[in-house]
Design a protein around this ligand. Structure first.
Ligand code: SF4
Ligand code: SF4
Length: 137
């Protein structure tokens, strides 16, 4: 395995995952669309759920840190994406009220590369533009 290539980690909402398979996040990653445009071809990805309200991902981050260390992968080569359903209003829910808390936890654990968003739904974006949904945060 090439440990010099980047790793994208998508954080998805535990609540939304009860209704969503996460397919569109995965598909946009491989198509390099939405917020994944521009990643080099050899970038790998994985997804995790937030662990449920109130976004207590600390234990998962500790586990990931340990796995990265053992695999000799630098945290600087990891980029976290909050799924669009966490950071913007959409058909599933309002933005997550604990997103900033999760961001602070990531930074505290040494993960500095954080992107807001993944798949951009055309329907949801049209509703944001029309003022029906809250603007993208
Ligand atoms: S952004 Fe869309 S596809 Fe991705 S987890 Fe949220 S609802 Fe599912
Ligand atoms: S903490 Fe946020 S992302 Fe996680 S389940 Fe609750 S609302 Fe969803």
């Amino acid at each position: 395995m090439d440990n010099e290539s980047g790793l994208v980690v998508i954080i998805q909402c535990e609540d939304v995952l009860k209704r969503c398979s996460g397919f569109l996040c995965m598909n946009d990653f491989y198509a390099r669309e939405g917020k994944f445009a521009g990643y080099p071809e050899n970038t790998r990805y994985m997804s995790i759920s937030c662990g449920g309200c109130c976004g207590n991902i600390t234990v998962k981050l500790e586990n990931l840190s340990m796995r990265l260390r053992k695999a000799n992968i630098s945290k600087d080569s990891v980029t976290f994406h909050f799924a669009s359903c966490i950071c913007s209003e959409n058909s599933h829910r309002l933005p997550c009220p604990f997103m900033n808390r999760m961001k602070a936890l990531l930074q505290h654990k040494g993960f500095g590369n954080i992107v807001l968003g993944t798949h951009i739904s055309k329907k949801a974006q049209a509703k944001r533009d029309a003022g029906i949904y809250r603007k993208w945060e």
